[in-house]
Design a protein around this ligand. Structure first.
Ligand code: NAD
Ligand code: DAU
Length: 355
């Protein structure tokens, strides 16, 4: 089992990064330090880690800055003697990438390149270190009604977001083969759970339900996504980081496919029950709206490699995970109010005001 002392987490103030930090510090027996390097964009919120900051003042550190800033990354690396990286930092929302791809190329491609170069400078010849890249199933493109993405599926990204993640995956693989940088990679399906930024389907719908607003379902609602509870993803990443083979990619998924429309219907019912309403009270709020350009039809992950090789499997039953998530959002209105009121609001006003 691989061991680390000083773990650099990029993008740790975002949705998955913050859940990962909480998971590692509380549930893995890891006894070292975590350094969270985050630019705190609209998607990064320190409130996501308020409990961690309080519980681990001597083992959790925040470094506010940009992964594209080489001098800054270099300083953090030296100061904390980084010996492992879990690289989450990215622009992560497909719709935003369609409206403004530039920031996706900068952070996801140039940012990953910068991190890899600093890792190469600092870790020359070392084998007791690891750079883990957190990636997405979207790099594989779009499936028809049947079939699954395996680690051998050729890359076929369709959106600016997935193209930028595909590029970053290729960089990570290249640094392994060319410079022998010890790397691992995981490509995961759609996550859900607490601290998910309410621009993404599940939290967006929960908030709209709370406000009694209509629920925008893109196209015919028959696009399929494979949903995984975020703690299960955190466990998968930790499993790969501690036991995965260098240079390898592991697909991670929930084995839990849902058509968007069906999922929104279930969310309506789960939220109605949580609010003490009739189960079907919210269904009339569903509206079909114009489709996302280039909308991938179906994602489905074959995660048999990580299951067989490393013994990981998705644990959270979907109905329970959704109930937990709905309950969390209903109990955290203050968090929601805070995260949607800053840079996010400005961007939405600019891009969506006229719609
Ligand atoms: P998120 O948008 O919630 O968080 C991204 C974090 O990165 C934020 O804290 C943000 O402040 C930070 N960040 C952005 N640009 C930065 C920069 N230039 N320098 C430093 N920090 C920066 O994203 P998420 O949903 O938590 O996704 C995390 C990672 O997991 C991403 O790499 C994403 O591609 C990948 N992923 C996400 C999902 C999903 O369902 N959300 C699934 C598979 C893979
Ligand atoms: O598959 C992994 C990916 O999952 C991650 O790499 C991305 O970072 C993450 O954002 C997510 O991408 P999606 O585009 O699948 O997630 P999103 O929540 O934006 O949309 C899920 C599905 O719901 C998708 O088919 C589009 C649809 N949708 C989304 C929104 C926001 C709607 O129908 N209505 C909506 O309002």
């Amino acid at each position: 089992m691989r061991k680390f002392t000083n773990l650099l987490v990029t993008g740790g103030a975002g949705f998955i990064g913050s859940n990962f930090i909480r998971y590692v510090l509380n549930q893995t027996g890891f006894s070292g330090r975590i350094i969270n390097l985050d630019k705190l964009t609209y998607a990064g919120n320190l409130e996501n880690l308020a409990d961690v900051q309080q519980a681990f003042p001597e083992r959790y550190f925040l470094e506010h800055g940009d992964i594209c800033d080489k001098a800054f990354v270099d300083r953090v690396w030296s100061e904390y003697k980084v010996d492992a990286v879990a690289h989450f930092a990215a622009e992560s929302h497909v719709d935003r990438s369609i409206l403004g791809p530039g920031e996706f190329i900068r952070t996801n491609v140039e940012g990953t390149f910068t991190l890899l170069e600093v890792a190469r400078d600092h870790w020359k010849g070392r084998e007791d270190v690891l750079f883990h890249h957190v990636s997405t199933d979207e790099v594989y493109g779009s499936l028809g009604k049947t079939g699954y993405f395996t680690e051998q599926t050729p890359y076929d990204p369709r959106s600016p977001y997935s193209a930028s993640k595909a590029a970053s995956d290729h960089l990570v693989n290249a640094w392994f083969h060319t410079y022998h940088l010890p790397v691992t990679k995981s490509n995961c399906s759609n996550n859900y759970g607490p601290f998910h930024f309410p621009e993404k389907l599940i939290p967006l719908m929960i908030l709209k339900l709370q406000k009694g607003e209509t629920l925008p379902v893109y196209g015919d609602g028959k696009n399929v996504r494979d949903w995984l509870f975020v703690d299960d993803h955190a466990e998968a990443i930790w499993t790969v980081m501690t036991r995965g083979r260098p240079g390898e990619t592991y697909n991670v998924g929930g084995e839990n496919e849902w058509e968007n429309l069906k999922l929104v219907e279930v969310l309506c019912q789960t939220t109605a029950l949580a609010l003490g309403k009739d189960k079907d009270a919210f269904l009339p709020l569903i509206r079909f709206v114009p489709d996302r350009p280039g909308h991938d039809r179906r994602y489905a992950i074959d995660c048999s490699k990580i299951k067989k090789e490393l013994g990981w499997k998705p644990r959270t039953e979907f109905a329970q995970g959704l109930e937990k998530t709905v309950a969390w959002y209903l109990a955290h209105s203050e968090w929601v109010k805070n995260v949607v009121s800053g840079a996010y609001k400005t961007w939405m006003d600019r891009n969506y005001a006229s719609r």
